[in-house]
Design a protein around this ligand. Sequence first.
Ligand SMILES: CC(C)(COP(=O)(O)OP(=O)(O)OC[C@H]1O[C@@H](n2cnc3c(N)ncnc32)[C@H](O)[C@@H]1OP(=O)(O)O)[C@@H](O)C(=O)NCCC(=O)NCCS
Length: 415
Amino acid sequence: MKALEGVKILDFTHVQSGPTCTQLLAWFGADVIKVERPGVGDATRKQLVDVEGADSLYFTMLNHNKRSITLNSKNETGKEVLERLVKTCDVMVENFAPGALDRMGFSWERIQELNPRMIMASVKGFGPGPYEDCKVYENVAQCAGGSASTTGFLDGPPLVTGAQIGDSGTGLHLALGIVTALFQREKTGRGQKVLAAMQDSVLNLSRVKLRDQQRLEKGPLTEYSQYGEGIPFGEATPRAGNDSGGGQPGRILKCKGWETDPNAYTYFITQAAVWQPICDVIGAPEWREDVSYATPPARLPKLNEIFGRIEQWTMTKTKFEVMDICNPLNIPVGPILSMKELAEEPSLRDTGTIVEVDHPERGKYLSVGCPVKLSDSDVEVERSPLLGEHTDEILSKVLGYSAEEISSIRESGAV
Ligand SMILES: CC(C)(COP(=O)(O)OP(=O)(O)OC[C@H]1O[C@@H](n2cnc3c(N)ncnc32)[C@H](O)[C@@H]1OP(=O)(O)O)[C@@H](O)C(=O)NCCC(=O)NCCS
């Protein structure tokens, strides 16, 4: 049995944030019914197309293990079918622009009338407030949630991250809200609304930067490189380059081959507990006992010099050799892995974190599988559905329409 077996999800999501959430729920065993506009479907099906005529990787990698029904929710018959879906499902997930669901005639009040047990989960760009009506995409959320202002180098502009913390990050938050609401419904019998705003999710992931904002009011942030460089702090948490977010200084350092390989780098943390092995490994035994280097506070003003010396050593090793040498000594390091290296990493294939999936239109492709492993709920990654692939199956088997009713639904143009 799968953890969420028996839970039916009306998946009214599109693009990335909502589909990330419902894909996770599908991997945990929920029956996810993706409702898409007839003839069009989720816009990502045709975005960044790499195989002519086939659903894009953008779509296929976010919609595994789901079924697809096409339905025009603005058509009268389409609305009736949608009502039946609302009555049948446990959870409705949507990430339309603010107000779109109300305009369709499916306000929260109406949904509760149709199904008081319904959990209605939404992603929106912003929570209630001045920006609640805005449409929001990934990078807007990264900027509005405090990530961009704290990412990048001190002398450069704000930066967005490669990780999709606004979209996929919010989808993760929403999934947690949904299973929590399902758990509460077990006791109360009632559904509820679940909202994950992208700004809130990014801010939650940037929590340590709000920590630093408050510390800054009490004095300089001594673990930031800029402190050691004598650069004064302003009013807000600054960009900290590759400094670590914790109390232990860390940097990204060049490794052998950096001149030609953009990813020949390692992260290196000078954790206080392993200062002596670090000195031995890099060939600086004189720093072990020298009082001007031996303690973390003594080192803070000298971090550039210290990391420069460590880099002299890392540049003589590949990033994997650095890992092999430092790990047994408990010195925390991490190779900068490229997407190519991750795609080819056998251990990630073994755990199902990277999976190969076959698709009738595009053939084999790689995807990220379920990143959370449950010991008693296996995940088999199944390809994403073609547009409307399960329309008849859902109309008959899930919603109980007869063959004649299905023909008349088709004639109405609702599906
Ligand atoms: C992502 C976003 C910016 C895209 O905006 P968009 O492409 O204009 O799409 P919308 O959500 O506004 O939907 C467009 C219309 O399609 C309609 N529509 C969607 N599915 C439909 C269906 N099956 N049948 C009929 N109409 C449908 C909607 O009702 C809406 O119509 P309306 O404008 O008349 O109300 C917007 O949906 C949004 O801000 N979502 C919330 C935040 C979010 O999730 N952002 C990240 C996305 S990864």
